[in-house]
Structure formats: C-alpha cells, structure tokens
Design a protein around this ligand. Structure first.
Ligand code: ZN
Length: 345
C-alpha cells in the first residue's frame, strides 16, 4: 500500500499542472500550490493523474468544490484504485478536493463564506476567494478536454443521483446518458460555475449530484463509479463494456425549487424520484404547538429531484426541487429508452 499524505515530502509540489511532462503508463500523485495563508503555509490541491501509454482525451474528475460534499471523494479514490494506467488511452486527471479550506472546516463555502461555484473563473488580482478561484482554473483546468464535476445536495437537503448537463449538445448529452443517473436535468451551463467556465472554453462538461452532504453513501458512490467507467469506455479511453442495465434516466427539461411562505416545522411527503401530480400534497407545516399552519401542493406534474429534510423551516425555506418532465422528442441526443419510471435506489 502506498503511503501518501497532504504533507508527504515524497509527493511532488508544483505550481502549474502540465500533463505532457508526466510519465506515460503511470499513475502520478501531485500537489499543486494555489495560495498561501497568513503565516505563509501553502494551500495545495491534491491531483492524481492516470496517464496511459497511448495519446487520447484528458478527462478531469473533480470533487468537493463545496467543502462538505464528500461522496465524490471515494468515487475518485476507487477510480484510481481500479484503473490501471497501462489500460487507458489518454489521461484521467482526478482532483478529490478543490475547496481545501472548506473541507478542513466541514463547510460548503470558502473560508470567508464565498461560494466558489458562483465566482468562476475567478479574478487574477481579485480578493482571497477570487484569487483562489482564478488559480484553480488557470493552474489546473487548462489541460482538460472534458470535465465531470462531482457534487451533492447542501446541508438539510437530500438529492437523487442526478446529472446537470446541456442536453442540446450531442456530446454532453451522451456523457450524461452514459452516467446512467436516476434523473438528468437539462441545464445549460450557468455563468460563474466551474462547469460553466470549462464549457465556455469549449470543453464538454457535466455536473454529477451524488446524494447527500457530508456522508459517504456506498450505493450512490458505486453507481457513480460505474457511470464514469461507462463514460470512459464511450470515450474509447477504456475498453468497450456493455452499458449498465437498469431503468433509463428520467429527463427533465427544467426545474425549480418550491419554498415555504410561512415559518414552522416542515414535513415533506414525496420520496426522492417520485413523480407527483399537479395539486398533489407535497408538504405539511405545523406550528410549535403541532397545529397545522400550511399545506403545500405541487403546482404542476413533476419529479422530485431533491428535497428538504430539515424540519425547522422559516419563511422562504426550500421544500422540494421539482423537475419538469421533458416532452418526448425534446432531447433526441439523450432519448434512447428514456422513461419516467426509474426508481431511486
Ligand atoms: Zn455542490
């Protein structure tokens, strides 16, 4: 077993990731320096490069850009454990934690409270989070041809295993489908996210939302790992393997969060991945005496992508992330066998 740690002097520290200088047919661990704290300690991003002997695509897999979203980390660990460099064409660049200060503090945001996924690609001469974001994108993302950015739900909420992707782009749609999530949400890349930035420089990207915050969920981790391996096969980076069996993903054309308009204690009724009908009861809210203050009903038919599990719900709290089912034919690049009957597992 290889011993390695964030401080291990045997792990090479560099300032700029350059895949071309790394040996072929090897898995290389690196630390890439980004910034320094007030007493001069470097904040470094751990990077694992699995580089094959044959030229091919460079595929980035990143996790924990939100520091409390952990399920992507063991996905990356298992990828590194299971994929031999000699077997692949091209390279996989795996980064198990992008928000090092957030992970250390068990927090979603950067250390000053900024959401890094709202300020990409950062600003070269900007403030602390902007400088961090800028160096993250300029020192680490330049060598990538594709990206899968791994996330989870936020505190107090739970998610299905779902993918956010631009389904109007044929290649991105195929990347999303080969992941075989429970749900795929059509979501043109928003400004200032990491996926948005990488897509904007012409590199197809998806976001994989893997369940719940600050836990390891073995089944969702396994499914994500299987999805990434299928994706690498489709890219001809790994030998072809048959597509995973199981329900086809539910396709959503768009989505919205529903919010409480009263304060109180909230109980959300539908299960993850459940299809609710227009007018169906989705949540009950009681006051501290237990008396009902409000019932919430679905404004339209849709599928539950994520939901609140936090009972303490002031006015304006999230209830359900409701996906609007795509009309048949809306996303031809993602439609083989799509059906709204997938079950959450
Ligand atoms: Zn996230």
């Amino acid at each position: 077993m290889q011993s390695s740690s964030y401080q291990d002097p045997n792990i090479r520290c560099i300032d700029q990731l350059d895949i071309s200088e790394l040996p072929n047919g090897r898995t290389t661990r690196l630390l890439v320096s980004l910034v320094h704290d007030g007493i001069g300690r470097a904040t470094r991003i751990p990077v694992i490069v699995i580089k094959g002997n044959r030229a091919g695509p460079v595929f980035g897999v990143t996790a924990a850009l939100h520091g409390n979203e952990l399920n992507g980390i063991p996905v990356i660990h298992k990828l590194v454990e299971n994929i031999q460099a000699s077997a692949i064409r091209g390279a996989i660049v795996a980064m198990p934690v992008l928000n090092v200060p957030g992970l250390v503090r068990r927090e979603r945001e950067f250390r000053d409270g900024t959401d890094l996924n709202h300020i990409m690609p950062g600003i070269a001469d900007g403030n602390e989070p902007n400088a961090y974001a800028y160096r993250l994108t300029s020192r680490l993302m330049g060598c990538l041809d594709y990206l899968a950015d791994l996330h989870t739900a936020s505190f107090g909420r739970v998610n299905t295993l779902y993918v956010r992707a631009d389904l109007d782009d044929p290649l991105t749609a195929r990347m999303a489908m080969s992941q075989r999530p429970t749900i795929i949400l059509h979501n043109p890349p928003a400004d200032h996210t990491l996926r948005g930035y990488v897509s904007s420089v012409g590199k197809p990207s998806i976001t994989v939302e893997i369940g719940d915050p600050h836990v390891f969920q073995p089944q969702k981790i396994r499914r994500t790992l299987g999805g990434l391996r299928a994706l690498f096969s489709q890219m001809k980076m790994l030998p072809k393997r048959p597509l995973k069996k199981g329900p086809a993903p539910i396709l959503c054309a768009k989505s919205r969060w529903l919010y409480t308009d009263r304060g109180g204690l909230l109980q959300v009724i539908p299960e993850l991945a459940q299809v609710v009908e227009e007018g169906e009861l989705i949540a009950r809210q009681v006051d501290i005496f237990g008396d009902l203050v409000r019932e919430y009903r679905a404004p339209n038919r849709g599928v539950v992508i994520g939901k609140s599990i936090d009972p303490v719900s002031p006015t304006g709290s999230r209830i359900v992330h409701l996906g609007q089912l795509a009309e048949p034919g809306r996303f031809p690049h993602a439609e083989e066998q799509a059906t709204p009957q997938a079950a959450e597992t």
